[in-house]
Ligand binder design. Structure first.
Ligand code: X5A
Ligand code: ZN
Length: 678
C-alpha cells in the first residue's frame, strides 16, 4: 500500500515576475511560492514529505492540451526585451511575460506531471506541487488570468494516456472559474470537473455566461462539468462544506474516480483581495480530508491562485498536514450556510438531476435567485469609491487578517500525539497491531467499579462486562488526555459501553459528544441536556421511539450489491455532525448491524473530520475483519475497503429527505434548498 506525501517545489519558478506596472497582475508575485515554502518549513512539514524534483514538461506534453501556435508564441518570448514582452502580454486578458516565463511554465507543467507519476506509480500516496505560473485559466490557444499552460488539464490528459485512466476527478477550489479546464474537457466524460467560483451573477471576472450552474458539459460530456457559482462575497467554512456534502462529494462517490487532481487556489480563503471570501485555513484540511477518501487516496494537489501571502501559506500548510495524515483541526464559526449559498447549491443540483443517479429521486427544482434583487439593491446604494480608497481599505484588511490568522492558528492547531490508535491487547487485537497502535494497560476492577458506579452500576454484574468497560475506559482516558488520537475496543455490550463512554466524557468536561450507533441499541442514554447527540442506524423502526434533536434514528439497511451508504453519510450524518461540532465521537457497533464492513469503514473515515479526529470505536462483534477494517480506517489507511458504490433507491432518498426536512432548522448544514419546509 502506498504511503508518504510528495512535495514538489523549485525556486526557479519564482523568477517569473511582472516587469512593468499593471494593477491587475501585480498580485501574482514570486513570494507566493517562496513564502508558502517557508511557512511549510516553519511547521516542520517539508522534512516530513518526500521531496520530488520538478522537471521541464516536454513540448509533446504541452501539446496534449495546447496548440502548436500557442507553444511557439510562448517559446518566442524567451529572448524578448521588456517592450516586446509587454506587447505580447497585451494580447491576453490578465497575463504578463518575463524572459523566464516560458521556462517557469514548463517547470510548472513538469512538476505537475512528476507528482502524477509519483502517485500513480505508488512511490507516494499523495502530494502537493507548488508551482508558478498557475494554469486553470489557460486555453488551447491563449494565456489568460496569470496562466500560460494548463498544468492540471495537461496532467489529466497525461494520466489518461500514460496510465490508461478512465475516470479522473478535477476539483477546482480556486475562487475563480477555471474556464480553461472547462473548455478542454467539456465533451469528455472521463474527466469530471468541479469548480466553485465567485460569480456575482456574471459580474465577477472572467464574467462568462458559461461559468453558471447550467453549463453541465456538452455531448458525451453532459453531466461531467459542475459549476457552483457564488453570487455573493463573504462565503465561509459552512458554505464550502455544504457544497461538498450536497454537491461535489455525492457526485464524486458515484463517479468513483481513479485519480483526483485539485486545482488548488487559495484565493477562496480569508483575506484574499480577489476572492473576498471568509473561509479560514482549516477548512482546506477538511476539504483535503474528504478528497483523500476517493480513488484509494490517490490525490494530487496543484497550486493555482492565492494572493494574501499569510492566508495562502497557512492554507497550504493545512493541506499538506492533512495529506500527511495528521488529525484535522476542528472547524470554526457558525455552522450554517448562507441563503445565497443554499440557492446556488439548489440550482446546481437541479441542473444535474438528469445526469446523476443519486439525484434522480431528489425533488430538486430551480430557484430564481432571491439574491439577484438584493444584489442589485446593494449595488445601487453603494457609494462610488475611487480606486485609491479601495486599495487603502484592502491594505487595512490585509493587515487585519494577518493579525487574525496569527492568533487563530495558535488556537486551532494542537499537538499531534505520536501514537494514533489505542487498544487493549485482547483476543484478536494482534490482527491490527502496527507501529501506530498502542496497547493500553487494563484498569483494575475497583477502579472500574468506582468509575461506573453512579450510573450504570446495576447493569454491570458480570465480570466479563466489567472488564470490557475497563478496557474501553482505559482507552477513552488516553484519548481524553490527548495521549492518542483514537482508540478501538471490543465489547460484549456495545450499547452499555457507549453509554458509559458518553457519560464518562461528559463528566470529564466535554460539552458535546457525538455517538453514532450501528445496530440495535438496547440502552438509550438521556440526551436532554444537549451534551450528547445520538444517531442510531438500525434496520427497522423501533416502536415507541421517536427521533428528537439529540437522539435521531436513521433506518437504513446497506444494499447487498454495493455501498449505497455514502448517500446517507453525506446527505444526513455528516451535515448533522458538522452542525453539532462535537468534541469527541463515539462509534459503536451493536447487534443486528444493518451496515456492512464497507459502510462502517466509510463512516469511521469520514467522521475523523470531526472533534480533532478524536474517535473511540466500540465493537460488539467477533468478526475479526470488521475490527481490522475499523482499525485501518482509524489509522488513516489509504485503501479503505469501501466496496462498490451504488446509488440509493427511491425509498432511501425519500427517507433522507424526510429526515432533512425534519431537522434542517436545528441542524443547519442539512440545508440544500432555498425553500425551507415551514
Ligand atoms: C490563477 C488565478 C486570477 C486572475 C484574475 C484576473 N488567476 N483578474 O487566480
Ligand atoms: Zn484564482
Amino acid at each position: 500500500m502506498a504511503s508518504g506525501t510528495a512535495l514538489i517545489y523549485d525556486e526557479k519558478m519564482a523568477t517569473h515576475k511582472l516587469l512593468w506596472s499593471d494593477p491587475i497582475c501585480d498580485i501574482e508575485v514570486p513570494e507566493r511560492l517562496s513564502s508558502s515554502y517557508e511557512q511549510l518549513k516553519s511547521y516542520h512539514l517539508v522534512e516530513r514529505c518526500v521531496p520530488v524534483p520538478a522537471r521541464e514538461g516536454s513540448e509533446e506534453e504541452i501539446l496534449l492540451v495546447h496548440s502548436l501556435e500557442h507553444l511557439e508564441v510562448a517559446k518566442s518570448t524567451q529572448t524578448m526585451n521588456e517592450e516586446e514582452l509587454k506587447r505580447v502580454s497585451e494580447n491576453y486578458d490578465a497575463f504578463f511575460f518575463h524572459p523566464s516565463t516560458y521556462h517557469c511554465a514548463r517547470l510548472a507543467v513538469g512538476a505537475t506531471l512528476q507528482l502524477v507519476d509519483a502517485v500513480m506509480s505508488g512511490e507516494v500516496r499523495n502530494g502537493m506541487a507548488l508551482v508558478r505560473p498557475p494554469g486553470h485559466h489557460s486555453q488551447r490557444n491563449a494565456a489568460n488570468g496569470f496562466c500560460l499552460f494548463n498544468n492540471v488539464a495537461i496532467a489529466a490528459e497525461y494520466a489518461k494516456l500514460k496510465y490508461g485512466l478512465q475516470r479522473i476527478l478535477i476539483v477546482d477550489w480556486d475562487v475563480h472559474h477555471g474556464q480553461g479546464i472547462q473548455y478542454i474537457f467539456e465533451e469528455d466524460p472521463s474527466v469530471l470537473y468541479f469548480s466553485w467560483h465567485r460569480y456575482e451573477h456574471q459580474e465577477f471576472w472572467p464574467s462568462l455566461k458559461e461559468s453558471d450552474y447550467d453549463a453541465v458539459g456538452l455531448g458525451k460530456g453532459k453531466g461531467f462539468n459542475i459549476n457552483l457559482p457564488w453570487n455573493k462575497v463573504g462565503m465561509g467554512n459552512s458554505d464550502y462544506l455544504a457544497a461538498f456534502f450536497h454537491v461535489l462529494l455525492p457526485m464524486a462517490f458515484e463517479f468513483d474516480p481513479e485519480l483526483v487532481i485539485v486545482s488548488s487556489g487559495y484565493d477562496s480563503g480569508i483575506g484574499d483581495p480577489e476572492g473576498q471570501m471568509n473561509a479560514t485555513p482549516e477548512v482546506f484540511a477538511h476539504l483535503t480530508h474528504f478528497l483523500m477518501q476517493l480513488a484509494n487516496g490517490k490525490l494530487c494537489v496543484i497550486l493555482e491562485g492565492g494572493y494574501h501571502l499569510k492566508s495562502l501559506g497557512e492554507s497550504v500548510c493545512m493541506t499538506v498536514k492533512t495529506l500527511l495524515g495528521d488529525p484535522v483541526p476542528q472547524i470554526t464559526g457558525e455552522m450554517a450556510p448562507c441563503l445565497s449559498a443554499v440557492e446556488s447549491i439548489q440550482n446546481v443540483r437541479a441542473a444535474h438531476k438528469p445526469y446523476w443517479k443519486w439525484l434522480a429521486y431528489e425533488d430538486t427544482s430551480f430557484l430564481q435567485n432571491l439574491s439577484t434583487k438584493s444584489h442589485l439593491l446593494k449595488k445601487a446604494n453603494s457609494n462610488t469609491s475611487t480606486e485609491h480608497e479601495t486599495k487603502i481599505t484592502n491594505n487595512n484588511n490585509t493587515v487585519k487578517v494577518e493579525r487574525f490568522l496569527e492568533l487563530h492558528m495558535k488556537n486551532i492547531l494542537f499537538p499531534v500525539p505520536p501514537i494514533k490508535t489505542a487498544t487493549i491487547g485482547s483476543e484478536g487485537s494482534e490482527h491490527f497491531l502496527s507501529e501506530h497502535v498502542q496497547l493500553v494497560k487494563e484498569m483494575d476492577k475497583t477502579e472500574i467499579k468506582s468509575l461506573v458506579s453512579g450510573f450504570y452500576a446495576d447493569l454491570v454484574e458480570e465480570d466479563k462486562i466489567l472488564l470490557s468497560l475497563g478496557s474501553m475506559l482505559a482507552i477513552l482516558d488516553k484519548i481524553l488526555k490527548k495521549e492518542v488520537c483514537n482508540g478501538i475496543a471490543a465489547s460484549p455490550t456495545a450499547a452499555l459501553s457507549a453509554a458509559v463512554a458518553l457519560r464518562h466524557s461528559v463528566r470529564f468536561g466535554f460539552q458535546r459528544v457525538l455517538c453514532v450507533f450501528v445496530g440495535d441499541m438496547q440502552i438509550t442514554p438521556n440526551t436532554e441536556d444537549g451534551k450528547m447527540l445520538i444517531i442510531n442506524i438500525c434496520e427497522k423502526e423501533q416502536p415507541g421511539k421517536t427521533s428528537c434533536k439529540h437522539c435521531i434514528s436513521l433506518n437504513w439497511k446497506e444494499d447487498a450489491e454495493g455501498n449505497d451508504f455514502f448517500s446517507a453519510v453525506l446527505g444526513f450524518i455528516l451535515p448533522v455532525a458538522y452542525s453539532y461540532q462535537p468534541n469527541l465521537t463515539v462509534i459503536a457497533v451493536g447487534p443486528n448491524r444493518s451496515l456492512g464492513i464497507s459502510g462502517i469503514s466509510l463512516l469511521v473515515a469520514l467522521l475523523q473530520g470531526l472533534a480533532e479526529s478524536r474517535i473511540v470505536a466500540v465493537i460488539e462483534d467477533t468478526e475479526i475483519s470488521l475490527l481490522q477494517s475499523v482499525a485501518k480506517a482509524l489509522g488513516g489507511a489509504s485503501t479503505p475497503p469501501f466496496g462498490i458504490y451504488v446509488p440509493p433507491t427511491q425509498e432511501k432518498v425519500k427517507k433522507i429527505k424526510a429526515l432533512r426536512d425534519q431537522f434542517q432548522q436545528e441542524w443547519k448544514m442539512l440545508q440544500c434548498s432555498g425553500k425551507l419546509s415551514d
